[in-house]
Design a protein around this ligand. Structure first.
Ligand code: 5AD
Ligand code: SF4
Length: 478
């Protein structure tokens, strides 16, 4: 290998924002070792699949792609390293390498750093990974062998927006959820380290940060009580105080850990956006108990009301699972009722998917038939959409400060950005990426606002934009 011909990598990401952020670290690490992005999978010396296993669908998708990867490796005469990382790897650690023998290395979500070490093993030269090393090696573990991926450099696609990992793992025991089994017990990143990272991001041009964790608002519970700041509320205030950071978001909090100090910090910190993803999961107390969510319907509704009293214009989004084992029609309808009561601005809705190793996977006798699960999902989606459409009408006629993300995919001559409430805004304008500009909202649907950029003097701006790629958001389990 010579310097003019660097090795190339290609990362394929499944799942939540934590995984997308982990992929930024994987890319950053590979670039630090001298690699450059490949044009596509066939062009890559190293292909990394960063996997998700929260539901069955992503598992199936990965298996199809791994079968295809066998072909891409063959087309390159075997001269391609195939690495598989992420949650599925930890869940399938006993059979993944045997089932897909063309996979060279597997690494769990806590072992991202070891991918770099493995590639170095290829010939002791960092980026020189032209030869397929070994017969397959695995780096797993959900205990002390984990390290924060945040110790690695990142490669960010969006210079003005950044994810910041504040904790790893989850100590909750939600009966449907595989996350604790694959990401391990919760560990909080040191407070000062997070603040330093955000300061560095601000200096580097980031205007918006999203704090990430499986259960962000239990952040700090296990940090030493030595008098220095360590709670999630204190972290929000510290990040709010950093110059250059205009927007702070976080995901996902657990409703049971949503303390008064966090609500007060949200209300008082001008950079913390009036938006909260608050996962409901179900509206029936029996189902919530079977899910081990540790709150009741009433507590959730009260919490939402309390938050709204402090931050009147807040936009709530949520996650909901339908068809949990044993869920009756009446219990499902309670979920629908809570949606009407809380008035979510948006919801991610999921059909319950049994995950081997979780507590609920044993409830086979009570599994709901797929057709019935599907029917409930469709009904819920209709309700959630109608509520979101209605909620978003309050923005029509208002002027929203929009953080510009780039050109809209459709229509081609519009820009795309996000409102403070984290709603996608498509608008006519001429602002550069990363600017926060006033946009007059003229139309609202369940997921999108349409508008026209104003000048600082309040006049309309209209100009075509250049085309760029589109970024989508997903949620983190909680
Ligand atoms: N089946 C369906 N949905 C699930 N989620 C987590 N585990 C499962 C499962 N086994 C959902 C939860 C979580 C979101 C990220 O995924 O709603 O908040
Ligand atoms: Fe933890 Fe969230 Fe999974 Fe519950 S749903 S176990 S809080 S990751």
């Amino acid at each position: 290998m010579n310097e003019a011909d660097p090795q190339k990598y290609h990362v394929i990401t499944f799942g939540c924002q934590m995984n997308s952020h982990d992929s930024e670290r994987i890319s950053g690490m590979l670039e630090q070792r001298g690699m450059v992005p490949a044009a596509d999978q066939d062009d890559a010396d190293v292909v990394v699949f960063n996997t998700c296993t929260i539901r069955e669908k992503p598992d199936q998708k990965l298996y199809t792609q791994l079968d295809q990867a066998k072909g891409s490796k063959r087309r390159r005469g075997g001269n391609q390293v195939i690495a598989v990382g992420g949650c599925l790897v930890e869940a399938q650690r006993d059979n993944l390498l045997a089932q897909f023998p063309w996979v060279d290395v597997a690494f769990g979500p806590g072992r991202i750093r070891d991918l770099g070490n493995f590639l170095e093993l290829a010939d002791g030269e960092g980026a020189s990974v032209g030869q397929t090393p070994g017969d397959g090696e695995g780096f797993y573990g959900i205990a002390d062998e984990r390290s924060f991926a945040s110790e690695l450099p990142t490669r960010r696609d969006r210079p003005h927006q950044a994810w910041v990992q504040i904790s790893m793992g989850c100590n909750m025991k939600c009966s449907y959820c595989i996350v604790p089994a694959v990401r391990g017990r919760e560990v909080s990143r040191p407070f000062a380290e997070i603040v330093t990272e955000v300061e560095r991001l601000a200096a580097d041009g980031a205007r918006e940060v999203t704090l990430l964790g499986q259960n962000v608002n239990s952040y700090g519970n296990h940090l030493p009580r030595d008098g220095s700041p360590r709670t999630f509320a204190e972290l929000l205030r510290a990040v709010d105080a950093i110059d250059g950071i205009d927007r702070i978001r976080y995901t996902s909090p657990h409703p049971a850990h949503m303390r008064e100090d966090v609500i007060a910090a949200m209300a008082e910190c001008s950079s913390v956006m009036p938006q909260l993803h608050l996962p409901l999961q179900a509206g029936s107390n029996r189902v919530l108990k079977a899910m081990r969510r540790t709150y009741t319907r009433e507590r959730f509704v009260d919490l939402a009301a309390k938050i709204r009293a402090s931050i009147p214009d807040i936009a709530f989004s949520t996650d909901i699972i339908v068809g949990f084992p044993g869920e009756t029609e009446a219990e499902f309808l309670e979920t629908v009722e809570v949606c009407r009561e809380v008035q979510f601005d948006g919801a991610f809705t999921f059909i319950y998917s049994s995950r081997t190793g979780t507590e609920a996977a044993a409830l086979t006798a009570d599994f709901i038939p797929p057709a019935e699960q599907q029917r409930r999902l469709e009904h819920l989606v209709d309700v959630v959409r109608a509520i979101a459409t209605e909620r978003h009408q309050r923005h029509v006629g208002s002027v929203q400060p929009v953080l510009v993300e780039g050109a809209a995919r459709k229509p081609a001559n519009r820009l795309r950005g996000r409102s403070p409430h984290n709603v996608k805004v498509i608008f006519e304008g001429d602002a550069p990426d990363g600017a926060i500009v006033p946009v007059r909202i003229v139309h609202a649907t369940s997921e999108t606002l349409l508008g026209r950029q104003l000048t600082d003097a309040g006049e309309l701006v209209a100009a075509p934009a250049s085309s760029r790629s589109v970024v989508t958001f997903d949620t983190i389990s909680t």
